[in-house]
Write a protein that binds this ligand. Structure first.
Ligand code: GAF
Length: 373
């Protein structure tokens, strides 16, 4: 049976356990406790730093941050409940290539301009696995920025939070990502797909298809974007733009495919993925509105092939899982997120969900169903 696959801990329960951990660790009550979700992306991969379209959806898996004042001026005392680890961070210091960098970056770049000469205590807990390609770092940034705002008594603008969280990644962490993950975490609504134009930041919520579920399945291969492959893709897209004489790959579309193919080399492949995945987002939104599960599933599977052949960000394990997912009855499936492992996402009819989950996880014991939405 497929009954315990979704994480049972909801936001309130997570907040309660992180609040307790905070009190135990720091001997005082937290002054604010907030959460932020991870996301699964349905269509439009690596399109965000090209000014394109994306279609992510927030998950019920979240990161929780509890915050309060501290005793050591100029320092944040941190505690990770999941890893039972403590750290002390100098708020005047630089990044240390640790998980604490995400929090430090938020303190430095938050629009609330927190007093960096004051002391802070922070406890972090999570139902969101790391390395699963479902945006644990964006969720940590959004939760930390929300916590800093809550401590200042401010109700922050979700779009501003998303922009600052991306800035933390780009300017403090040094990761040249787009805004999809931070936007989905800060602005998205549960159980709704978020159609975002990453250039204008115009967005629209689109309902999921009735009688079907979006299943997020961790492949068991840890996704890591720190080995330079992500930066490499960004550079290749920039190089494609130079060859095409345009500012952003957003400025070309499927009508320009002949021109794109003519530039040749790796740039043509990367650009082809971006323009076709942009188009798949537009077609996917239309399919959601028409409640056309067959069409949506087909777009998901086509997107996987494009990620595999043109963007070259899939791994053997996710390629196999996607193939088998469809053989076992999914209407479509694709690797989701930054790539090189992580999770796949599949569209499955309600009536097939239990059988499909059981078949996938018994055939591939290293996989785990993370969410059924
Ligand atoms: C990662 C990045 F952080 C996002 O901005 C996006 O580019 C994604 O990979 C790929 O679509 O999650």
């Amino acid at each position: 049976m497929c009954i315990t696959r979704n994480n049972k801990m909801d936001s309130d329960a997570l907040k309660a356990t992180v609040g307790e951990a905070f009190a135990k660790q720091f001997g005082r009550q937290a002054q604010a406790i907030v959460t932020a979700p991870g996301r699964v992306n349905l269509l439009g991969e690596h399109t965000d730093y090209n000014g394109g379209f994306v279609l992510p959806m927030p998950l019920t898996l979240e990161i929780c941050v509890a915050i309060g004042s501290g005793l050591k001026p100029g320092w944040a005392k941190l505690y990770s409940q999941n890893f039972d680890t403590s750290a002390e961070v100098d708020l005047a210091g630089d990044k240390a290539d640790e998980w604490t960098d995400f929090i430090l970056g938020c303190f430095k770049l938050s629009e609330q301009n927190p007093d960096l000469t004051a002391g802070y205590c922070i406890a972090v807990g999570s139902t969101l696995p790391m390395g699963a390609g479902i945006s644990s770092s964006a969720a940590l940034e959004v939760a930390t920025l929300r916590a800093i705002a809550a401590l200042a008594g401010v109700d922050p603008d979700p779009v501003a939070i998303a922009k600052t969280a991306r800035k933390v990644e780009n300017e403090f962490i040094g990761m040249p990502c787009g805004i999809m993950d931070q936007f989905a975490s800060s602005v998205g609504t549960r159980n709704m797909a978020l159609f975002l134009d990453t250039q204008s930041l115009d967005y629209e919520l689109a309902p999921l298809i009735p009688d079907h579920k979006i299943i997020t399945l961790h492949s068991g291969v840890t996704h890591k974007l720190t080995d330079g492959s992500y930066e490499q893709r960004v550079k290749e897209c920039n190089s494609a733009c130079e060859k095409l004489g345009i500012g952003l790959l957003r400025d070309v579309g499927v009508a320009d495919l002949d021109r794109i193919n003519a530039i040749g080399g790796v740039e043509a492949k990367r650009a082809r993925h971006i323009v076709t995945d942009n188009q798949r987002v537009l077609d996917g939104v239309a399919a959601l509105k028409a409640r056309d599960a067959q069409a949506f599933g087909r777009l998901m599977s086509e997107s996987h092939v494009s990620q595999k052949d043109d963007y070259e960000i899939t791994v053997e394990e996710t390629d196999e899982l996607v193939d088998v997912a469809v053989q076992l009855g999914a209407l479509g499936a694709r690797q989701t997120g930054g790539g090189f492992g992580g999770s796949i996402v599949a569209l499955v009819k309600d009536q097939d969900v239990d059988r499909w989950c059981d078949a996938m996880t018994s055939r591939y014991p290293q996989t785990k169903v993370l969410a059924i939405t």
